[in-house]
Design a protein around this ligand. Structure first.
Ligand code: PMP
Length: 304
C-alpha cells in the first residue's frame, strides 16, 4: 500500500504517497485511540461524486467527540481534503480513508500533550466482498467473538481500536472457510458483520437490528430510506440468530460492502440460497443512486 505514486492529504497538505509517514512512537499505533471513516466515490453520470460526504464527515467528528479527541480542522477542510485526494490522484471511483490519530508527541496513557493529526487517502477499490458475490451472495458464520458491549468500547464511534474485535471475528470466519462473520451482542442477539450492518427479509417486511452496539451505518440508513420510499415496511428490532436462519433473504450493507446478499449462514441456506428479489431490487436501486441515475437524493452526491 505504501509504495505507489500519488498524494495523501496530511495535516493540511498534499504530500507524496511514499512520504506520508509517521514515527513508530505514534500514540494511536500503541493504544488504538483514533477515529476513521470509510467513504466511497463513484463515477456518476455527471462526473465523479462522493456519496454522502457530509454524513461521513459528521460521523467522523461525532466519533472524535465521543473519544474526546480535539479536531484540528473543521468539517469544510476535511470535506475539501476528501475531494482533493480523489481529484489529485486522478481517480474516477475511489475508496476514501480519512483518519484522525494521536501523534508521537508523548507516550503512555497519561500523555496530555498529544496532537490530533488528520490524514485522508484515496485509492481504487473494487467490490469488498468480491464482484461475483454481489450476485451470488456470501457465506457467513456466526462468530464465537461477541460484539462490543456499549459500556466497554464506544460503539457509535468508528474508532480504530474497535476493529480488533472485527478482525478477530473475520479471521475466524475466513479460516473456517466462510466469507464474513456475523457478530452477536453480549446478550446473544444479532448485531452486525465485521464491517457491515445486517438486514433480513421475511414475508415482505425488512428487519434490521436496532443499533445498540452496532455502528450507525450510513448505507443502513440509505437502504432504510430507499425501502420506505418503495413502500416496503422496515422494522428495527432485536433479532435472534435463528430468525436469520429462517429469513427469506438476508443482506449486509456498508460503504465498502455496498449491498451484499447473504446466501448461507452457519451451513444453512437462506431462502433459496441465492440473491433474493428484494435484495436485488434494493441493491440495484443503491447502485443507481450512487451512480447519479436517480433524481431523488441528488444532494447525497458531492461532485469532486
Ligand atoms: N458496522 C461496522 C462495524 C462497520 O465497520 C461498518 C463500515 N463503516 C458498518 C457497520 C457500515 O457502515 P457504513 O454503511 O456507514 O459504511
Amino acid at each position: 500500500m505504501d509504495d505507489r505514486d500519488g498524494v495523501i492529504w496530511l495535516d493540511g497538505e498534499l504530500v507524496p504517497w511514499r512520504e506520508a509517514r509517521v514515527h513508530v512512537l505514534t500514540h494511536t499505533l500503541h493504544y488504538g485511540m483514533g477515529v476513521f471513516e470509510g467513504v466511497r466515490a463513484y463515477r456518476a453520470e455527471q462526473g465523479t461524486a462522493i456519496f454522502r460526504l457530509e454524513d461521513h464527515t459528521d460521523r467522523l467528528f461525532s466519533s472524535a467527540h465521543i473519544l474526546g479527541m480535539r479536531m484540528q480542522f473543521d468539517k469544510e477542510a476535511v470535506n475539501a481534503a476528501q475531494r482533493a485526494v480523489v481529484r489529485e490522484n486522478g481517480l474516477q471511483s475511489a475508496y476514501i480513508r480519512p483518519m484522525c490519530f494521536y501523534g508521537s508527541e508523548g507516550m503512555g496513557l497519561r500523555a496530555d500533550n498529544l496532537r490530533v493529526h488528520t490524514m485522508v487517502a484515496a485509492w481504487d477499490w473494487g467490490s469488498y466482498l468480491g464482484a461475483e458475490n454481489m450476485e451470488k451472495g456470501i457465506r457467513v458464520k456466526v462468530s464465537s467473538f461477541t460484539r462490543h458491549h456499549v459500556n466497554i468500547t464506544m460503539c457509535k464511534a468508528k474508532a480504530n481500536g474497535n476493529y480488533m474485535n472485527s478482525m478477530l471475528a473475520l479471521k475466524e470466519a475466513l479460516e473456517c472457510g466462510y466469507d464474513e462473520a456475523l457478530l452477536l451482542d453480549n446478550e446473544g442477539f444479532v448485531m452486525e458483520g465485521s464491517g457491515e450492518n445486517i438486514f433480513l427479509v421475511r414475508n415482505g417486511t425488512i428487519y434490521t437490528p436496532d443499533l445498540t452496539s452496532a455502528l450507525d451505518g450510513i448505507t443502513r440508513s440509505t437502504v432504510i430510506d430507499l425501502a420506505r420510499e418503495l413502500g416496503i415496511p422496515v422494522v428495527e428490532k432485536r433479532i435472534t440468530r435463528d430468525e436469520v436462519y429462517v429469513a427469506d433473504e438476508a443482506f449486509f450493507t456498508g460503504t465498502a460492502a455496498e449491498v451484499t446478499p447473504i446466501r448461507e449462514v452457519d451451513g444453512r441456506l437462506i431462502g433459496s440460497g441465492s440473491r433474493g428479489p428484494m435484495t436485488e431490487r434494493l441493491q440495484s436501486l443503491y447502485f443507481d443512486l450512487v451512480h447519479g441515475r436517480l433524481d431523488a437524493h441528488a444532494d447525497w452526491l458531492a461532485y469532486v
